[in-house]
Design a protein around this ligand. Structure first.
Ligand SMILES: CCCCCCC[C@@H](O)CC(=O)SCCNC(=O)CCNC(=O)[C@H](O)C(C)(C)COP(=O)(O)OP(=O)(O)OC[C@H]1O[C@@H](n2cnc3c(N)ncnc32)[C@H](O)[C@@H]1OP(=O)(O)O
Length: 283
């Protein structure tokens, strides 16, 4: 059986020690489109060493940043063909602004497996600490495995964030590049779904699609820049649900509603939702 929830739920996926340095952070930001305006002081804080700041979403990719092989979806109680997998949800909470260099250890476990009938949703939680054992960040991620439901597990939660009835406080348009996924794959996700037209076609897409985490980072940056004056240190977390695919070259339209300690966001391409349940939390 490709999914056995009795084995998977609660299974430890182990501990990994990894490190990052400013050049990794710079590459990550550039792969999200940073530096498009190279005379802007705010942009240079993402794209050059002096005053470099780290988008909190970097924490999600940092553990696998140096990986050059496609990801394998093979865990205790879970064995799934990569072509069936889409990134479903992503969340990070940082316990302090991320440093420009660090050695960290991350522990990951499968926290839930949900049976959506036509699909399975597999949720992982991870905690990262620095070399002194101090908490750096926690993440929660899910994959949506098409055609892998029906094993009889709990259906789990539905979408949960309700948007205010009023017009958004901000509307941000962010173009992506035709080569965005080819750039972003250098940040540790070589899934051929994002680069190989034949693999994408076999997975049911007319052409390679953008990494969910690329859209996630681009929109986080757009909101930080458009609403918070480019100051990443105000962000304590960012959560989203990947609601629709993005193709490299498309323009992302983010709508933002400001609340006391959080910004509610929704993102679409040509009125097609691509990110829902999206919350940027503030300290
Ligand atoms: C652990 C981290 C490792 C990650 C490895 C990933 C490697 C990466 O390289 C892979 C990627 O980056 S893929 C690109 C990013 N992801 C996407 O583009 C997915 C976009 N979303 C979709 O296409 C559809 O929403 C789709 C297809 C997801 C769902 O659409 P439908 O089939 O039409 O489903 P729908 O009828 O709307 O809902 C059925 C039930 O599923 C729940 N659901 C829907 N979208 C979900 C999502 N994104 N995440 C979690 N659950 C989701 C619905 O709530 C519904 O359940 P219920 O009825 O109980 O509410």
């Amino acid at each position: 059986m490709p999914i056995d929830p009795s084995v998977a739920i609660g299974a430890s996926l182990g501990e990994t020690t990894f490190e990052w340095m400013p050049s990794d952070v710079l590459l990550y930001h550039l792969a999200l489109g940073a530096g498009a305006n190279p005379t802007s002081e705010v942009e240079l804080r993402y794209a050059t060493e002096p005053d470099l700041q780290v988008l909190p979403t970097f924490g999600v990719v940092a553990p696998n940043f140096k990986r050059t092989k496609p990801p394998a979806v093979s865990y205790p109680g879970v064995e799934i063909d990569l072509a069936k997998v889409l990134h479903g949800q992503q969340e990070i909470t940082v316990h302090r602004p991320l440093p420009v260099r660090a050695t960290a250890t991350i522990s990951t476990r499968i926290s839930d497996v949900y049976d959506k009938g036509k699909a399975a949703v597999i949720v992982q939680e991870a905690t990262a600490v620095d070399s002194a054992g101090e908490p750096l960040y926690t993440t929660r991620s899910s994959i949506f495995a098409r055609g892998e439901g029906g094993f009889g597990g709990s259906r789990g939660p539905s979408a949960s964030v309700e948007l205010p009835g009023r017009a958004p406080d901000f509307v941000l348009e962010t173009p992506t590049l035709p080569q965005q996924a080819l750039l972003y794959r250098l940040c540790g996700d070589r899934n051929p779904l994002h680069s190989d037209p034949a693999f994408a076609a076999a997975a049911g897409f007319p052409r390679p699609i953008l990494h969910g985490l690329c859209t996630y980072g681009i929109v986080c940056k757009a909101v930080v820049d458009g609403v918070l004056g480019g100051d990443v240190s105000q962000v304590s977390g960012f959560a989203t649900r990947f609601a629709g695919v993005v193709y490299p070259g498309e323009t992302l339209r983010s709508q933002v509603w400001q609340e006391d300690k959080r910004l509610l966001v929704t993102c679409s391409v040509d009125d097609r939702p691509v990110l829902t349940d999206t919350v940027l939390s503030l300290w």
